[in-house]
Every structure is written in C-alpha cells, then in structure tokens.
Ligand binder design. Sequence first.
Ligand code: AGP
Length: 608
Amino acid sequence: MCGIVGFVGRKPCAPVLLEGLSRLEYRGYDSAGIAVIENNNIVVKKTKGELKTLINLLDKGSNFKSEIGIGHTRWATHGKPSNENAHPHKSMNGKFVVVHNGIIENYASLKENLINEGYVFSSETDTEVVAALLEKLYNGNFFETVSKVLDVIEGSYALGIICADFPDEFYAVRKASPLIVGLSDEGNMIASDIPAILPLTNKIYYLNDNEIIKMTADEVEIFDVNGNKLQREVTEIKWDVSAAEKGGYKHFMIKEIMEQPKALKDTIEPRIKDGKINFEDIDFSDEFLKNIDCIHIVACGSAYHVGVVGKYIIEDLARKPVYVEIASEFRYSNPLVTDKSLVIVISQSGETADTLEALKIAKSKGAKILSIVNVVGSSIANISDNVLYTWAGPEISVATTKAYSTQLSLIYLVALYISEKIGTIDSDFVAEKIKEIEKIPGYIEEILKLAPEIEQMAKRYAYLEHAYFIGRNFDYAIALEASLKLKEISYIHSEAYAAGELKHGTISLIEEGTFVVGLACNKDLFKKTMSNVEEVKARGAEVMLITSENMDVSESMVDTVIRIPDCDKLITPSLEVVPMQLLGYYIALARNCNIDKPKNLAKSVTVE
Ligand code: AGP
C-alpha cells in the first residue's frame, strides 16, 4: 500500500515530507520520492529501495528551500519497482507532478490515446497518465483542470498534485483510497495515515470519497466534485507521536500484543451501558434483523479468521445460516445475497481492495452492510450502512494482533445483539454474557504474564521447518490465526487443520519430531481433540497443547502445555489466541526476522 504526504507552509517542506514518509514505511513499499517547487520549477527526487536512500541523497532534505511539496512511498502495482516507476510523476512539460495511492482502472486506454496524441511516457505506471491528463487538460485554472481529469479517470485514488504555475497551493483528491488533512500554524499537510501527520499536528480533517482539497499555508478548503465548498469538523487525535512509535518495545508487534487489554477495554466499554448492549453506532431496523435470511461474513487474512469464529458463535446463538467467505473468492462467486441478507465486513485497515470490492458487490445486491473497521473514515467504513469501529489505536505491525482481538470482541457483541433481536436468546442471557465479555481484558492481562515462559519455549522451535496447528470448532478458527501469525513473521511453513480432518491425508506428514500445536480449549470437544493429539503423538510428533487451566491432561500425551484461565465458552477464542500470538512473535524473534515488516507483505493490501 502506497504512502502519500504533502505540505505547504512557512518552513522548508522537504524535511517535513521525509519525516512523514518515514512514519508511513510500515505500509510496505519498494521506492520513494518527493517533489518540490524550487524557483518556480518542479524538482523531483526519487529512488528505488528504502526511504533512507532518498533521505541520504537529499541530506535529510536540507538542500531545498521550498515550502511546498509532495512525497510518496510506492508499493508496486503497475510496473516493477524502479527509479522510473517511483513517484512522484511529472507531466511531459514539467508543469505538473503527482503522487497517487490506488489504481487508475482505465489507465491503459487513456495511455493509448495520449500516446496517439504524441505524449511520451517515461514509466509503466498508471499514475503517470494522471500527470499527462493534467498537462493535456490544463486551462490555466488549477481547480478546473483537476476536476476535468477526475471526470476522465476511473478507479481508486488518493492524489497529491502540485503545479509550477501555483507555487503557493496544491490540490489533493480522495476516492476509495485513504487520505487525511493535518492543520497547523506552521502549514498544512495531507497524508495517507495519521502517524505521518503527528510530528506536525494532532488536528486533522477526515476526508470522504470524491472530495477535492485545495491547500495553502493559511487555508484548507474542501470541495465536492461539483465545486461546492464543504464544511468539516476538526478532529483532535488523542494518539501522541509515541503511540505510533514502539513505546520502548523491541517491535510494534509485541507492543501491540501488550496493548490488547487497553484496546479491548476501549472497544468493549462504549458498547455496554447498564449491563445492556449499547450499539448506538448501529441503526438496522428490528424488522430487518428479525427477518434476516442469512449472514455473510466477508474479509481477508486474519480478519477472515475472526469471521470463522463469528460463524460458529452467531449460528449457535442466532440459528441463522452464516457464510464466512474470503473476500477475493466472494467477489467472483456471484454470491447468494439478497435484500434480506446482512453482510458483515471485517477489516483492520478498511482499505483492503478485495474486501472493499466484495462489499460493493454485496451492496449492489441489496444487502445491508455492517463493517467492523479499525481506521476511522476508511474507504470500507465510508460506504457501509453501519460501522462498528475497533478502537485499537494505530496498528503498525504488519501482523495484526490487537485489531484482530478487538474485532473478536465485537463479533461476540454482534452475535448477542442480532440473536436477541431475532428472539433466540433473552435479555438475561445477554446480560450474563456481557459480564463475561467485560472480563476479557483482565484475562488477557493474566495470560500476557506468560510471555517470558513462552519466550523460553519459543527458542526450542526457532529451527522448525514445519508446524501444524489443529483444533475443532472455534479452536480450529484460532488454529488458522495461530498458523498465519507464525508463518507470516517467521517464514516457517505452517498449516492449520481441523483436528478431525487430519487423518484424511495430512497425518501422512507427521513423523518423528514434527511440531504440532493442539488447541483444546473448547471443553465440549476436549476429549475429541485429545484423541487427535494422541494420533499425532503416536507418530512421533512433538506436541504443544493449549487448553484451559482445569482440564486434565496426562503428561505422557504432550510435551508442553500452555494453560489459559477457565472462562465462559463464548470468550474462549479471545484468550487462546494470545499465547499463539506470543509464540509466533518469540519464534520469529529467535530467528531474528524482520518482524514488523515481513518480506513481501504490506500492512494493508489496497491492490487486488
Ligand atoms: C494479518 O496478520 C495479515 N497482515 C493479513 O492477513 C491481514 O489480516 C489481511 O491483509 C486483511 O487486512 P485488513 O484487516 O486490513 O483488511
């Protein structure tokens, strides 16, 4: 996912741009660049590779006097990582320069027409087409030119645009790609995400899709595509810069694991009032909820794994069919969605392209959309009928932990809320379960004390080549998440398997010393899962068992046991996932992996 910054103010812009880009590095990128207006000329400096290459090349930005500029970190979509394909992209006549996050879906036909009209391109990117169109459609009026280009391009885009003829102002546009505005006395800023803005200011404007922003050192104006000026409330970000920094931890991931009790408190507490669910964020009619024909939960990666837990819980309580689907499959499956369907979309970033497109398809079929999102004002949030925000704060590490856990807590509340509306459970049952949900932060605080012990255990597994996680029902859902956590940051091959399914093939891979984690926290299925643990043990596996503190385990059947507090079945997934997060983290640490920025991964996959 690309990162965009822009600044216009009363001080040199280059250091502000580079600092902002450095706080967006977590989004994953392969090249970086900035453009400034110096002596009425646009100067572009960009390099393939790490941002520090650009920072060193520009001597931390000290060699520019300019007070207006834009910057970009690129995560390649069209065209390989290279200097030429890095942003910013200049128009052929050098009058315009653009940075872009998203995809111009009709860029190929536009590029062909422009080439036929004699335009020469210097990159393979879709973004350079925007620069070319600005040149082609320029009529001396910056705003009108931007508007005319927006009439022509299709797709998703957050754009930052400067023009050599207007050295005191620049434009930005937001459509289905994140962009926010920062407001300060020293100048005004755009960025793809809050951490980039915090060093300058904590006062921001959230933007909506199809909004055009005109920015000078003194003023920020927001317009709709018809040129109507829009009002916007200033939002004060409570996160200080340190909240987006590591806060003394070695990695963002372990910081965010340790932040889970607070993230959960912040997410759960506002949704409970006087022992009842308080979903003021949700305004589905009782009529609609009572007559839901089915529920689809659509997401990617870890968010999808939350959906797998959700399926078990919502079906059990609401007695309605729940289909949990990987977004990239859902969107091409001609899904069975009607105007009586509820589609729950889960996404930390709120910008995952497949999830966003799946949402649009569900909406086009008449479904009501409830999204569970961590980023306020994100593209998914903006087009949902209702949004439940996970107040997890900025999650920087590519491997999600606190956002995942807060999503889980909201899924429990949604399950109770819908089931009570449908009438399959009563208010006493809800009140009893709410009390259990409110205990989650405290339970997790207890489990986090196991970190040193799990760190020691992890050292034994640092040299694994394969790992298998097995469980039944929601234990299987946690096995999926545990497996992903391990493989995405330690690069160990790992598989999650429904414990009962192992004997239908995969058990042939189990041999002397194979590492198997058995998740047996669902008390109703404990004996069943333990028989599967016995099967792998009998074939020489080294077994780590995750189970509740009061479950009887014979030492001969397992090699290590990690126990979680005895708790209500509903919230068990939230507890058993935490040792798995810690295990994945400490194995990756023992392997000296790049934990916060694993190879090939980005924090949010805004391309298909
Ligand atoms: C989780 O650790 C991964 N980084 C990844 O699977 C992630 O959950 C997935 O890309 C979905 O992202 P989203 O929640 O921002 O939509």
